[in-house]
Design a protein around this ligand. Structure first.
Ligand code: ATP
Ligand code: SF4
Ligand code: MG
Length: 332
């Protein structure tokens, strides 16, 4: 069947300095390619996890899907319809089907609005004068497990977990089919993290939501996602069924991230891989396989030639000349 969201060869380029600053200084303003050719799908009711180190482009992918980046190329289709070049009115209707929970929930909630105003703002933005906003506010608060009196509070009066619930309520306002949750558990105590994840999982079951979840936390990915994509320097280096990715990753970078997880998967069959060095600058990308300066398996070919995208069965794909777990794969 048709995927809900289908992203093909998505590219996002930023000016590395502010344009005005560059003009004033008369300096050449180099571009950075924050996302360079990312492709993936999300099906109805499915959860996809997006992981990678800071600066790898995860939030930029999310913002580009929502049409919030200034310049992007490639195709973003929702229920088969191309978002690029779509008329404003049609795009707005479609945006109601996709909701975003932004990174930094308190910072993204306008401080002068009450919780009631915040969670019903999507109705006002979408010109929905047909709804009873107070009734909707109570319904949404109840869905996320907050009592009606929270409606009168302001963002600074909320705990981290409560702010996250308000973010979820706001995202649910227009009955979306897809929620994009950018770091929904960052900065929360472990027990509160669990509450927020359980809430998302519960709502997903109840409402049949698809979720794209962005997180640094591999345990979150392992427990809540169906599929996982691993991002490095603006590209997906590997993606596939979460169970396969965690048990037998093929890309050394994936294995390195998993090896750094303090709570490793007991069924893991991959070698321990230690990351060397730092993430390179996007302004100075390594040649060939861009992971080669940090890869313990790198050979001469890696610095010369970018590895092709290789299909490894099912949804599993990776880009590496010398993939791990060849034996495990051959046995399947
Ligand atoms: P984190 O895990 O820290 O949230 P991320 O994977 O979400 O990181 P992004 O925020 O997508 O990373 O950033 C990817 C790259 O794009 C970074 O180098 C960042 O500095 C750059 N970038 C992001 N937004 C802009 C912008 N508006 N203008 C210029 N550069 C930007
Ligand atoms: Fe490492 Fe080479 Fe694979 Fe890149 S292509 S991940 S450098 S083995
Ligand atoms: Mg981010």
């Amino acid at each position: 069947s048709e995927p809900l969201l289908s992203v093909e060869d998505l590219r996002v380029r930023f000016r590395s300095l502010g344009t005005v600053r560059a003009l004033v200084r008369g300096v050449h303003d180099p571009f950075i390619d924050a996302v360079c050719g990312v492709s993936f799908e999300v099906r109805a009711g499915e959860t996809l996890g997006l992981v990678g180190e800071s600066g790898s482009g995860k939030s930029t992918v999310a913002r580009a899907i929502m049409g919030l980046t200034p310049s992007q190329e490639g195709s973003v289709r929702f229920e088969g319809r191309e978002l690029r070049g779509m008329a404003a009115r049609e795009l707005r209707a479609l945006r109601a089907d996709m909701a975003m929970m932004f990174q930094d929930p308190v910072g993204s909630l306008s401080p002068r609005l009450t919780v009631r105003a915040l969670i019903t703002e999507p109705f006002r933005i979408h010109g929905r004068t047909d709804v009873d906003l107070d009734a909707e506010a109570d319904r949404l608060l109840q869905m996320v497990g907050l009592t009606p009196d929270f409606g009168g509070r302001f963002p600074h009066q909320l705990s981290g977990g409560q702010a996250r619930r308000v973010g979820v309520a706001r995202a649910l306002a227009l009955n979306p089919k897809l929620i994009i949750a950018d770091e929904p558990t960052a900065g929360l105590d472990v027990s509160v993290q669990g509450e927020v994840l359980n809430l998302l999982a519960h709502l997903q079951q109840e409402l049949g939501l698809a979720i794209l979840i962005i997180t640094h936390n591999l345990n979150v990915v392992r427990h809540v996602t169906d599929r996982t994509a691993i991002m490095y320097l603006g590209r997906f280096v590997e993606q596939g069924e979460t169970e396969t990715i965690f048990r037998a990753p093929r890309h050394p970078y994936t294995a390195a991230l998993l090896s750094a997880n303090p709570e490793p998967d007991p069924d893991a069959e991959h070698a321990r891989v230690e990351l060397q060095g730092e993430v390179p600058s996007l302004m100075n990308r390594p040649s060939g396989c861009e992971f080669h300066p940090r890869c313990p398996y790198a050979q001469d070919r890696c610095a010369r030639t970018a590895p092709p995208l290789t299909e490894a069965g099912g949804a599993h794909r990776y880009t590496c000349h010398f993939p791990l777990n060849a034996e495990a794969m051959a046995a399947e």
